[in-house]
Structures are given as structure tokens and as C-alpha cells.
Design a protein. Structure first.
Length: 379
């Protein structure tokens, strides 16, 4: 009898571990349509970025350094990815396709790169082979300077504008001893930069002709930006950055503007002390259009434009790590008019958000056994 009970227990355990019931397949009510949430794939190691190929398959990054192709399963790691510094918050981060991908098959990756002085965010591009098995002719087109000793606050999202310029969001690397460089134009820390796809600097960048300023800088005074997207109506870049203990902020980005960090913030240090003089506003620095305290820990965002959820067209969807939610914001121009938090009961850290070719919404979860989830109308 004991042997029979032991065998049954082992069989039950094996069935639990292998069961597809461990994947998500649930219907949720929202303030608008009912939605169905289903696991596309799981087994990812802390996935970070997601991009759709023209045929509807996906590229997904794992922070450990793998780039994978996703259909109804995960591919083996794609070869040719640059070596990453996968410590702390570092590793392989965002992925984006060249606007002319169907002609040139170029893929862009942001990642933490080790080097003299420590590490920093870098961006490389390479051609995805015709069989999707490897990146070819990989070249680094941007390196954040200076490199410092930190495992925190790398940014970094990659966003192309309609003219083909590439925005790169960069963290200020967290530590108090160098966070003030977010206010210095001779440093990339705490900046958004704008470059051409080959790494050269556009002639109309705001600091091109300013002595002592790095010409690729687009805006400054940022903390750690892990969510960014172009407003499809205005063509202007929006971003959401992590505050410290309080003070996550949603910003509309203006070229050459100063967003305040660490002089202005609605948050405090994690030990409860005041940051700087405790200023929440200062003339000459741009205020956020929305803030969160307690924080949502934002990562990944889209302006929804699909037809699957017509009532949500034009809404902003933001991944929440600390809030374990998909945050939906309604907008009127540059103002936020409402907020709803979706998927909270799943208790999953949402790292990135993407819109699929059919208008479905996809999110990836920042877990040891990370998942890609698809959100569709329940009916």
C-alpha cells in the first residue's frame, strides 16, 4: 500500500509539473470588454523585450543573453548576439526591428556591456539570417559613456520615429555618487539620445552645436526609463520612468528639455531620506503629466491602435512590475483622464507590452519561468 501511495504521488507530481493547466487561460471582466488571457509560451528566463516580425512571429529577449524566435513554441537561442553583462538589472534588454526590416532584415538590441571602468548600456544591430537562426554582420552603433561600477538602471527602450531616427532611453545608474550626471550634458547618464540607424548624429538634434554637450542627447534629467513609445497622433515620444520610493512619472518628451532628476522628484530615497532639497517643481524643468506613489514600477508601453478592442483605441497600456498589473490609461490630448489596472489577480510582474498584427495585446512576464500572454476579446 505504501508503495502504491508513493507511486501515485510521484505520478500526480509529474502530471502537475507537465500539465498545461499551469499556463494561463482565464477570462477577466474590465470596465470595458471582457478579455481572455492565454499563455502563448512559457519557460523564458526573465524576458525583457518583444518585437513582431512581418509574418507575425515574435522575437523575444531573455536577460541572461538569449534572443529567441517564438511561434507556438520557443526556438533555440539565435546565434550572433553580443556578449552581455547579465548581473543585477543588466543583460540583454530591448529588441526593435529596423523600419525597413522587410528589405534589410536589421534587428537592434540594447544590452548591458562590460568594459573599462565598469559597464553601461550599448546598442548593436545585425542582419537576421534568412533562416532566422543567427544575427550576421553585428556592429555596435552606440555605447553609453561613461561606464561605471553599477548593476542598476540601464534603461533601456528602443523606439524609431517616422523619419527613421532611433531613440534610446538610458538610466542614470542609480547610485548617488554619479546620479547627478543626469543633469550634465557631457554624460549619457540619465538621458534620452537620438541617433541615425548607423549610429551617426542627426543634424537637427538640440545640442549639436553646443560646446561641451554630447550631440546625440535629445533630453536629460531622467532617472531610469524602461517604457517609451511614440504618440501616433502627434509623433512625439512619451516615456514613463521609475521613481525612487514614490514618484514614477509619465512625461511627454520635448527636444532639449530637462526633466529634473535628481533635483526635482516626488519620491524619496529607499532609506526614507530626502533627495537633494526635496523639490517637487523648479522653473526651467518639465513636470510630469502623471505620477504614481506608491510606484507601479513601469516597464514597456504602447499606444493601442488595433481593431480587436475598438473601445480602447488610443489608450496607453503600461506594464507594471511592482503593481503586477497591466495599467490602462485613457487620454485627452496630453492629459490622462482615467486609469484601470488589469490582470492584477495573476500577480505577475509585467515587463513589456506589444500589439500583435491582429490587434491582440501581448505582455511578457519578468519571472524565472517567464511567459508571453495574449489578450483577446473574450467572445
Amino acid at each position: 500500500m505504501r508503495q502504491l501511495v508513493r507511486r501515485l504521488s510521484l505520478v500526480s507530481l509529474a502530471a502537475m509539473l507537465a500539465s498545461p493547466a499551469l499556463a494561463v487561460d482565464e477570462v477577466f471582466e474590465t470596465e470595458g470588454p471582457s478579455i481572455r488571457v492565454q499563455t502563448v509560451v512559457n519557460g523564458l528566463s526573465h524576458p525583457w523585450g518583444l518585437a513582431f516580425l512581418p509574418d507575425g512571429t515574435m522575437l523575444v529577449t531573455e536577460r541572461s543573453g538569449n534572443l529567441r524566435l517564438v511561434t507556438d513554441r520557443l526556438s533555440d537561442p539565435i546565434a550572433g548576439v553580443p556578449e552581455v553583462d547579465a548581473r543585477g538589472q543588466g543583460g540583454l534588454l530591448d529588441v526593435a526591428l529596423d523600419p525597413a526590416f522587410e528589405q534589410n532584415r536589421l534587428v537592434y538590441l540594447s544590452y548591458a556591456e562590460a568594459g573599462e571602468g565598469g559597464n553601461s548600456t550599448a546598442v548593436a544591430r545585425g542582419r537576421l539570417s534568412d533562416d532566422n537562426a543567427r544575427l550576421e554582420n553585428v556592429e555596435v552603433i552606440f555605447r553609453q559613456q561613461p561606464k561605471v561600477q553599477s548593476q542598476l538602471h540601464f534603461g533601456s527602450r528602443l523606439v524609431f520615429d517616422p523619419e527613421g531616427h532611433l531613440f534610446i532611453t538610458l538610466g542614470e545608474r542609480s547610485h548617488e555618487r554619479f546620479r547627478s550626471q543626469a543633469q550634465e550634458l557631457n554624460s549619457h547618464l540619465g538621458k534620452i539620445v537620438r541617433i541615425n540607424p548607423d549610429g551617426s548624429v542627426p543634424a537637427d538634434n538640440p545640442f549639436v552645436n553646443q560646446e561641451g554637450a554630447l550631440p546625440e542627447i535629445w533630453s536629460y534629467g531622467h532617472r531610469n526609463i524602461q517604457a517609451a513609445a511614440l504618440n501616433p497622433v502627434t509623433g512625439v515620444l512619451w516615456e514613463i520612468e521609475h521613481g525612487p520610493r514614490g514618484g514614477d512619472e509619465l512625461n511627454v518628451i520635448e527636444p532639449g528639455a530637462n526633466y529634473g532628476w535628481p533635483i526635482v522628484t516626488l519620491g524619496i530615497n529607499y532609506d526614507g531620506t530626502t533627495i537633494g532639497e526635496g523639490l517637487q517643481h523648479k522653473d526651467g524643468m518639465v513636470d510630469a503629466i502623471r505620477t504614481w506613489t506608491p510606484v507601479i514600477a513601469p516597464s514597456g508601453m504602447i499606444f493601442y491602435q488595433g481593431d480587436a478592442f475598438p473601445d480602447w483605441k488610443g489608450n496607453l497600456f503600461v506594464g507594471g512590475l511592482a503593481s503586477t498589473a497591466l495599467v490602462r490609461l485613457t487620454l485627452s490630448g496630453d492629459s490622462v483622464t482615467g486609469e484601470e489596472r488589469l490582470l492584477e489577480s495573476l500577480r505577475l510582474r509585467i515587463r513589456d507590452v506589444a500589439e500583435g498584427p491582429d490587434g491582440s495585446i501581448y505582455v511578457i512576464t519578468d519571472e524565472d519561468n517567464g511567459e508571453i500572454l495574449r489578450i483577446t476579446p473574450a467572445q
